[in-house]
Design a protein around this ligand. Structure first.
Ligand SMILES: NC(=O)c1ccc[n+]([C@@H]2O[C@H](COP(=O)([O-])OP(=O)(O)OC[C@H]3O[C@@H](n4cnc5c(N)ncnc54)[C@H](O)[C@@H]3O)[C@@H](O)[C@H]2O)c1
Length: 248
């Protein structure tokens, strides 16, 4: 284990959206901390490759599918730790979006969190120990110009996580949110699209650090929140955003 690592030996972890970007960094980091990691991603081949690389397991899974999520958790669980990281974004002003866009953004960013939490919680409650970390976004606290529905979904993730924290605080289970700011990943590059340089400039300008973050910086925050040492931290939103959410 590297310096600063948490000992997660014997812990079984489910990371959704773990085939790419922030989720892949989280899967690598938690595996380096000795957890047994299952990566669930709609990109099944990429999940399987990363699973092999980190001596874990990668499975194809659409996290919007309630039944398939339940089946996968029954097959590969039970899990001590759940990290919800699957997400999609779309840069468009609200009047340029349509109900189909809303449904897709809400299904992948919010309903997926209901699906996985519903599947993993009973075993955590029975064990009297659990860690849930949901990767939301500073957009969920601050709103987002050109990302209203995404921001609404992430705001929903924050309210849901706090509710789960309230329901399970006395059962040894913590539930927290990590709220990234602009992190250099495929999702960010795709979301900004043609307006790339201008939008990225505006995003970095909105941080106190004046730069994009890295997936490893988000993974370090998750590694703390899922650790034994973080047992008295629950219902919190931890910004990993170069100070973008400072004061929110
Ligand atoms: N990159 C950023 O700047 C940023 C900022 C704030 C929040 N976030 C959040 O961080 C999380 C990870 O984003 P990222 O930047 O690493 O993006 P990414 O596109 O690199 O990774 C997202 C992953 O989610 C998977 N995914 C998408 N739909 C899925 C589905 N239906 N079922 C299963 N897996 C699915 C994708 O295949 C991909 O592997 C997302 O929830 C995103 O909203 C990212």
């Amino acid at each position: 284990m590297a310096a600063g690592s948490q000992n997660l030996q014997g812990r079984r972890v489910l990371v959704t959206g773990g085939a790419s970007g922030i989720g892949a960094a989280i899967a690598r980091r938690l595996a380096a901390d000795d957890a047994a990691v299952v990566i669930a991603d709609i990109q099944g081949d990429a999940a399987a490759r990363l699973g092999d690389e980190i001596a874990g397991t990668g499975i194809p899974l659409d996290v919007t599918d309630f039944e398939r999520v339940a089946e996968s958790v029954a097959q590969h669980g039970p899990f001590d730790i759940l990290v919800n990281c699957a997400g999609v974004d779309q840069h468009a002003f609200f009047t340029q979006t349509a109900p189909n866009d809303w449904r897709r953004l809400l299904a992948v960013n919010l309903e997926s969190v209901f699906n996985t939490t519903h599947a993993v919680l009973p075993a955590m409650q029975a064990a009297g120990w659990g860690r849930i970390v949901n990767v939301a976004s500073e957009a969920g606290r601050l709103g987002s110009r050109g990302g209203s529905v995404y921001a609404a979904a992430k705001g929903g993730v924050i309210a849901f996580t706090r509710s789960i924290a309230r329901e399970n605080g006395r059962k040894g289970i913590t539930a927290n949110v990590v709220a990234p700011g602009p992190i250099d990943t495929p999702l960010l590059r795709q979301a900004v699209g043609d307006a790339g340089d201008k939008l990225l400039g505006a995003m970095t300008g909105a941080t106190l650090a004046g730069r994009l973050g890295t997936p490893d910086e988000v993974a370090a925050a998750v590694a703390f929140l899922v650790s034994e040492s973080a047992g008295y931290v629950t219902g919190e939103v931890l910004g990993v955003s170069g100070g973008m959410g400072c004061g929110a």
